[in-house]
Design a protein around this ligand. Sequence first.
Ligand code: BGC
Length: 677
Amino acid sequence: MVEIKKGMTESEIEEYVNYVLNHMSLEEKVNQMKGKRFIFKVIEDRGVGKRTYDAAGSKRFNIPPFEFTDGPRGVVIPGSTCFPVSMARGASWDLDLEERIGNVIGRETRAHGGNLFGGVCINLLRHPAWGRSQETYGEDPFLIGAFGAALTRGVQKHNVMATAKHYAANSIEKARFKVNVKMDERTLREVYLPHFKRCVEEGCATIMSAYNKFRGKYCGHNDYLLREILKGEWGFRGFVHSDWMDGVKDTVGGVTGGLDVEMPRAKYYKYKKIKNALDKGEITEDMIDGAARRVMRTILNFTTREDTQKYGQDLIGCEEHYKIALEAAEKSMVLIKNDNKIMPLDKNEIKKFAIFGKYASVKNVGDYGSSSVSVKEVSTPLKGIENYLGDSIEIVNCNGKDPVRVKKIAKEVDVSVVVVGLNWRDEGEYIKELKIGGDRDNLSLHDSDIELIKAVASENENCIVVLIGGSAITMEEWKEHVPAILMAWYSGVEGGNALAKILFGDVNPSGKLPFTIPKDPKNLPFFDKNADEIEYGYYHGYTLFDKEGYEPAFAFGYGLSYTSFSYNNLQAKVRDNNVMATVDVKNIGKVAGDEVVQLYIGFEESQIDRPVKLLKGFSRVHLEPHENKTIEIEVPVKNLAWYNPESKVWEIEHIKYTLYMGASSRKRDLLSVQFNI
Ligand code: BGC
């Protein structure tokens, strides 16, 4: 008989699991299918989850439980490093950085005694009002998939299992427990699933099912999503677990649907209920064996690796991890407007500096839902600026409530920074019992913020607006009143320090928007936070704007720098089932900077309805002044396929394609060249 030992091969694990299944009682098998929290204290424990949630495992057979902790802003157990939210990280377009963040999360999970990280959140930002926008990476499936895969890689490198969630079509918060999402097959395959498939290909160990219904069936009961597509077509070998607050609605639905584990405790996967369903012939023993097999196989695959001991507590929130949080904040902020190059500020030319707004001096690192990372000390914008300037310049801080005081200060100072935006009351995971979170009712700033911006700008022409939030904020009412706007996101524990370095030019901003900011929200897809049923269309974000010819306020992929880049000599060659694209990018300004080179593909003379263009590659590059680099990006031809719902096959059209490369999704920022397949 095979015994559990370190370094087991896949076939040894399979053999052991076969042996175990032959010797386990039904009750022992059912024990693999549920979390172990007896008291349903999920509400108190959530978010600031004080410890891991354990599930499955068997002492008799020497199989450890899995120990779940959450994210994605960092590990939610107190003390962990709090990173900028995922949406900010999406704006960095830096996959190497995301993998290093995954590394930190993997390490801190292990130091807390966990072995499963449930924070690879890759739902698609269909509409910016979605309350949990901050937990994902943007509006584009290719971008989200690349980031989800990078986080998975980083976490799993530390032999910690990663969960990709919430599978699938989960893009409305308040209605998440009831909404039935409908869509046609192409929309499902081409828009809402590719990022999940990408994470499965990356080897992500587990999948969390979503709360919502898909085509009339709860995602946790959805045999089409779970059995047919995920486990069948994609060959996923890990296990599926439910979301927390009744992600399973009944025993038979969950088991037949292909949901392997009910978390965080058994309500419907209790032994008696399973036994009863078996006796009635509503479920089969094969289904139970299948679920138990997946769970044990996955746990053993990770826990029998050579290096799995608990890491030392000193790793949690250590200096090295904070440095990565700082780097992430620096690389993710997006410079949206910078008229007359008012930024970077020159500290030698400033005597008096004012910082306004309710978020200038408070901790505001995101919502208080399941992704909340509790940290005591945060570098707020004010602290970051004080830290940076020391005593060299007089800094006035004003929350902005008294308009007379606001105007008086604004008049007296050389530069005004206004920090406004959103917090956990405006957007976030919706928890009814705690009266927090939910979707946004409108996409603009609060009236009081708009008044504050206008008041400051009317007295001080050097007015910089710093926006805090997790997705698109519309700016039409005030953007012409100010020379500079910086999207700073919920920027994590080092956010204020990063902000100061950007304002004063120690860091050159390089983030690019991972979503479209509309001028008019009416151009966005229909959104109803209370919907019982909704149809998701094929187009949203930039594909919708491109198709309909809508002019966005700021386009997907857009962001300014303190330097300028020129693009030349775009070329495309098709070789060995790959499109090889090259372009020369030159830094034509005076300071060094990072540029995010984007690659889109357009489909000319297509016989079917296809987007004007789709993101199919990107590369972040550092360039010194006058430096020129040839950027090469390879796109596998298979990535240009469309899903034919009739033949159920991904098909490549033999047509003319346009390759676009450049600085954003705006036509005027892109060079283009055509090629044929
Ligand atoms: C959230 C999940 C989270 C879980 C556990 C749920 O309500 O939707 O994203 O992983 O709680 O914290």
